[in-house]
Design a protein around this ligand. Sequence first.
Ligand code: URA
Length: 216
Amino acid sequence: MFELPPQVQVLPATPQLKGLMTIIRSRDTPRADFIFYADRIIRLLVEEGLNHLPVVDKTVSTPTAVPYKGIDFEGRICGVSIMRAGESMEQGLRECCRSVRIGKILIQRDEETHQPKLFYAKLPKDIESRYVLLLDPMLATGGSAMQAVKVLLDNNVREDRIIFLNLMAAPEGIETFVKQYPKVKIVVGEIDEGLDENKYIVPGVGDFGCRYFGTD
Ligand code: URA
């Protein structure tokens, strides 16, 4: 029986989210709808991810002259997308965080060893001083995600300042990932049943990148 680790936060299973998930999971959904509704889920994930940033008290004067006791966000952030599917989440991040810096990491499975291998990384220069929203819609085996986190740690990002956003995840992937990197927070839309023999998430959506970018 899969027990949800405390560092993993699943979005509330509201009728809205369930409806959006139903649309993107259907094999009959045309690409334009897949993009539109996946973007709506991505927006929910980004908004929830931002709730994990530190805040300080801030009081503002209102036009009614009665002050409002609010908050201000403290840490600086950046996004890092795991190419190619993670790039689909960049726009949602930009819509919430104007002119946010976005790095990219390309990891692909090595044909010989079958292990995920780093091909390319381009990150903001001052990334070690930032909170990182790591973007990948599908957390399947966790292999690429763990490689990506290693790249971030090698660039002096603090593990507890990484917030990993996924639309869906397999329990196996979550377990492997949190064992390796217990301080990373994961925000996920839904947790699926598992992986098939090709390491696709089931029920899943099939190949997210191909459906989003129209390359199937
Ligand atoms: N990547 C995908 O696009 N789909 C999966 O199910 C797993 C990884």
